[in-house]
Design a protein around this ligand. Structure first.
Ligand SMILES: [Fe+2]
Length: 279
């Protein structure tokens, strides 16, 4: 059951979420794996979109050093959340370019199969890097939403979200693949991707990327979908070990079990400054 408050602003906007492919009416060959693959990818893309919306909706309500109510820790945590979100987006596209796209090209016999999505990645990569650099180097006293982070996000967010919608349509055009072969390929690439990296990189992922994935997921979305397929213990490990004491996760729109929750730094109704105690 969702805990999302029906009348409250939540992270299903301003950028709309991707409709779940498996729930779309009229798709050909409904038992074919291409629909499951597109659905899997749509869940990941919606995590990215919710995270982006969480930043866009909440950052303007975090007072900066020239405003009343300024708390350096809130700004530090916001910048830390932005860093984690950026790393999560980088990781997603890195896995695609390193494992998924090449394997799909080989499987289909068409070396240019995923050229379109690959080129779309180039359109927002620079902006993402700029955002990561800003969130990493900026001291809380120097941080500004307008005249700082907002302009960087505005420079690439449309390219990013256009790509996140378009790639699902590309995956939904693969109904002619051999279904079982495609399933094996898909599962195989995920296994390779999750075992990549040294111990230090894996630990960084657990304290950075994974909390962002769980905290930006919504398992109730469009009637519910079980994703990500990771061990049941993962939310417990995140809550009681990897995420403990990290205030950045206050910006997540969901709890560690992927249930929507009210935004911590949500804009308040008119006449209120929206900056009450959020310690
Ligand atoms: Fe993707």
């Amino acid at each position: 059951m969702t805990t999302k408050p029906s009348d409250a602003l939540w992270v299903d906007g301003p950028f709309p979420l991707v409709p779940t492919p498996v729930k779309r009416p009229g798709l050909k060959n409904p038992d074919h794996f291409y629909i499951e693959a597109a659905t899997d990818m749509a869940q990941a893309h919606n995590v990215i979109i919710r995270g982006l919306n969480a930043i866009i909706l909440q950052a303007p309500n975090v007072p900066n050093s020239s405003e009343e109510g300024y708390k350096p820790k809130d700004v530090k945590d916001l910048l830390s959340f932005v860093q984690s979100w950026t790393k999560m987006v980088h990781h997603h596209h890195d896995v695609e370019e390193t494992y998924i796209f090449p394997e799909m090209a080989k499987f289909s016999g068409d070396p240019e199969l995923m050229e379109g999505p690959w080129h779309e990645h180039r359109l927002f990569q620079g902006g993402l890097e700029k955002l990561l650099a800003y969130a990493t180097a900026t001291q809380p006293d120097e941080y500004r939403w307008v005249g700082g982070m907002k302009e960087i996000i505005d420079s690439f967010s449309k390219h990013l979200t256009d790509h996140l919608y378009a790639e699902i349509d590309v995956l939904l055009s693969f109904g002619h693949f051999d279904s079982e072969g495609y399933r094996k390929l898909w599962i195989g690439t995920h296994a390779v991707a999750s075992s990549a990296g040294n111990l230090r990189q894996k630990l960084n992922m657990l304290s950075d990327v994974f909390p962002c994935v769980y905290g930006c997921n919504d398992k109730t979305y469009e009637g519910g979908h079980s994703w990500p397929e990771l061990p049941w213990i993962m939310p417990y490990l995140i809550k009681y070990w990897f995420a403990i004491g990290n205030g950045a996760w206050r910006f997540c729109p969901s709890d560690w079990w992927c249930n929507p929750r009210p935004l911590t730094f949500a804009p308040r109704a008119k006449g209120q400054n929206g900056r009450a105690d959020r310690a």
